[in-house]
Write a protein that binds this ligand. Structure first.
Ligand code: AMP
Ligand code: GLY
Length: 429
């Protein structure tokens, strides 16, 4: 069958890489894609929110399966658009509709949802411009650290954590009155600070059945030792050595099952990925956030660990037959290191010529912010390229990933040299 992947990051390259290995995949398209996807698929220069353009492409190329990479088109209703258009009704599309995408699109909605269905999460209060004074008072009367979250999508930057009362109050004021984060900040949640260690668990669901995918840990900060500004993600590791079977069972029982039950009760038909950001607090899961898509760069370590044919998995998901699939996973470790442009996550340069090493049997190279200029690969984003290493041990996977990252050359490139190091102490325990 002909397949389309929407998006242009490392996540989408990883999907395309796995899909292209399937004997069921005839022609593979990526829109808009990057220089890496161009090597294994046909890139189409279309934005992910250009629904009419995507419809034309799907019809003219007889595409039968569409995988939506990023959250934006989901929150904007691309799945509703496909379901309500007669000519697209038969096309299988992987992703939730706009109602389901609110789990990511509105933190206020997802918090209310978790509370309603008894899903463990931090206690929180929501404030609006009308209740600003009450919010300021709430901060004054309660101990920190204060976790302030903009309600809407803020490109991963809508969370501010501070111990300082006046900084928390100033931030609340900026968000509610000063337009910090725009419309996304017109409601703000103040959340209890959770202790523990973070990881991400992913499922693919057809609304009833689900597959638990390999879990991952990502590295969000720009600096080594988890310091500095938040980024989209500087690296990832899978499996997560402290996520043992007992913990993952708790995640399924306390989070996954009640979430799917809640979606059903709310009348939401959810077909797609659900990314559950968790805190492991002494062996107990607390949900930090839901995302309605796969993670990036987590996908760059999850895909290389999946053995089962991904086209078969998506077909089953779209047909409500995921219960027929038994997911086969490679036990090996996968570690990815993201090479970024100097200055990221602040201002950075684009268009620099790149030197990229050849992958070998233990490494996979996933392009993120790259493009082709006269057949030459150049940088085209902050997060430029993800180097995934695989190995029987975490140490060997780290070594392979880092060795490849070192070989990527372009002006002012940067990558973290400590991806996975904090997890070594959990290995073989
Ligand atoms: P989010 O955008 O919700 O994923 O939040 C970004 C980051 O802020 C998370 O990955 C956590 O590291 C941190 N964070 C969010 N909520 C909390 C919380 N309630 N307690 C502690 N850390 C949090
Ligand atoms: N790496 C975190 C995310 O994709 O949201």
């Amino acid at each position: 069958m002909n397949i389309l992947v929407l998006g242009s990051g490392g996540r989408e390259h990883a999907f395309a890489w796995k899909l292209a290995q399937s004997p069921k995949c005839t022609r593979l398209f990526v829109a808009p894609g990057n220089a890496g996807t161009a090597q294994i698929a046909t890139n189409v220069n279309l934005g992910v929110n250009d629904f009419e353009g995507i419809k034309k492409l799907v019809l003219s190329e007889q595409i039968e399966l569409v995988i939506v990479g990023p959250e934006d088109p989901l929150v904007n209703g691309i799945v509703d658009f496909f379901r309500s258009d007669k000519s697209l009704k038969k096309v299988k599309i992987i992703g939730p509709d706009a109602a389901g995408a609110r789990l990511e699109g509105s933190k206020d909605f997802s918090k209310a949802f978790m509370n309603k269905y008894g899903i463990p999460t931090a206690f929180s209060h929501t404030f609006t411009p009308e209740t600003l004074e009450a919010g300021l008072q709430y901060i004054a009367e309660n101990p920190g650290p204060y976790v302030l979250k903009a309600d809407g999508l803020a490109a991963g930057k809508g969370v501010i954590i501070t111990e300082d009362v006046s900084e928390a109050q100033e931030t609340l004021r900026d968000m509610l009155q000063g337009g910090k984060f725009g419309q996304a900040g017109s409601k703000v949640l103040i959340e209890q600070f959770l202790k523990g260690i973070e990881l991400s668990v992913f499922i693919l669901t057809d609304g009833t059945g689900y597959l638990l995918l390999p879990e991952a840990k990502d590295y969000k900060r720009i600096g080594e030792g988890d310091t500095g500004l938040n980024t989209g993600g500087m690296g990832a590791v899978s499996p997560v050595p402290f996520a043992d079977a007992a913990f993952l069972r708790k995640v399924e029982e306390q989070v996954v099952v009640p979430t799917l039950k809640g979606l059903k009760e709310e009348g939401i038909r959810y077909v797609g990925f659900l990314f559950i950001g968790l805190m492991n607090d002494g062996g107990n899961p607390q949900v930090i956030e839901y995302n309605v898509r796969m993670g990036d760069p987590e996908t760059e370590v999850v895909m290389p660990r999946i053995k089962t044919d991904l086209v078969r998995i998506f077909q089953a998901a779209a047909l409500g037959k995921l219960d027929k699939i038994r997911l086969a996973v490679y036990p090996r470790y996968a570690v990815t290191s993201m090479v970024v442009a100097g200055g990221y996550p602040g201002d950075y340069q684009k268009g620099d010529v790149m030197e990229i090493p050849e992958a070998d049997k233990d490494t996979v190279i996933f392009h993120a912010g790259t493009s082709l200029r006269d057949q030459v690969t150049v940088t085209n984003g902050g997060r430029v390229i993800a180097l995934t290493g695989m190995g029987r041990t975490m140490a060997s996977a780290i070594r392979k990933s880092q060795k490849m990252a070192k070989k990527v050359k372009f002006k002012n490139r940067y990558y973290r040299k400590d991806i996975g190091q904090d997890l070594q102490k959990y290995v073989n325990k």
